[in-house]
Design a protein around this ligand. Structure first.
Ligand code: URA
Length: 192
């Protein structure tokens, strides 16, 4: 489609393929570096993200940044963060199957440009679409599987961790495993 994220974003800004295009304030395309070896995929923008045009900028985003920084990852330096759907679903409902279906081509094109070595799915919506339809995050978080040469792992969604702080240690463990995997397979994430 295009060879760089800037051009892809411009195309995406014109998207009205599903009903979410009509109600968005801003498109939430993604944030990060184009040569990221690690890509995080969330569900969809909430209110703050819709207002600011950037993924994970609310309370959940602050927690995510803290967990990222704990393993020397930074949304502006060495990773990329995107969502399954680029426009906010009203009342923060889950994106509907047809909305995900219409939107996934944008994510596929982001993936084709970035070519990450590792994908981390944040929460069930992304994990069930990308890793395994019937994935049980509470049991299967932190486990790496390989698909078409890309390592994939699901972890709990930051919003779920805010609702249920008891799960935070488990999520922090997932991030430690991620750090080890990055050291094993990535070439420049920790050196730039
Ligand atoms: N939740 C998500 O899944 N993505 C965001 O960008 C914000 C909240």
């Amino acid at each position: 489609m295009t060879e760089n994220l800037e051009e892809l974003k411009v195309l995406c800004e014109g998207c009205q393929k599903c009903r979410l295009g009509a109600t968005r304030t801003n498109l939430v395309f993604g944030v990060g570096v184009e040569n990221a070896e690690v890509m995080f995929i969330g569900e969809g923008p909430g209110e703050n993200e819709d207002l600011q045009g950037e993924p994970f900028v609310g309370r959940g985003g602050k927690l995510l940044d803290k967990m990222l920084n704990a393993i020397e990852l930074d949304r502006h330096k060495n990773i990329y963060i995107a969502n399954m759907v680029k426009c906010r679903p009203p009342q923060n409902r889950d994106p509907l199957p047809d909305e995900q279906e219409q939107c996934i081509m944008w994510l596929r094109n982001q993936f084709k440009i970035i070519r990450p070595k590792i994908i981390v799915c944040l929460g069930r919506v992304a994990a069930s679409k990308i890793i395994k339809k019937d994935i049980k995050i509470t049991k299967e978080h932190g486990i790496f599987t390989e698909k078409n040469g890309v390592l994939m792992m699901a972890t709990l969604h930051p919003a779920a961790l805010l609702r249920n702080p008891n799960n935070k240690p488990g999520a922090f463990e997932d991030f430690q495993k991620l750090r080890e995997k990055i050291k094993e397979v990535c070439t420049h994430t920790y050196t730039e």
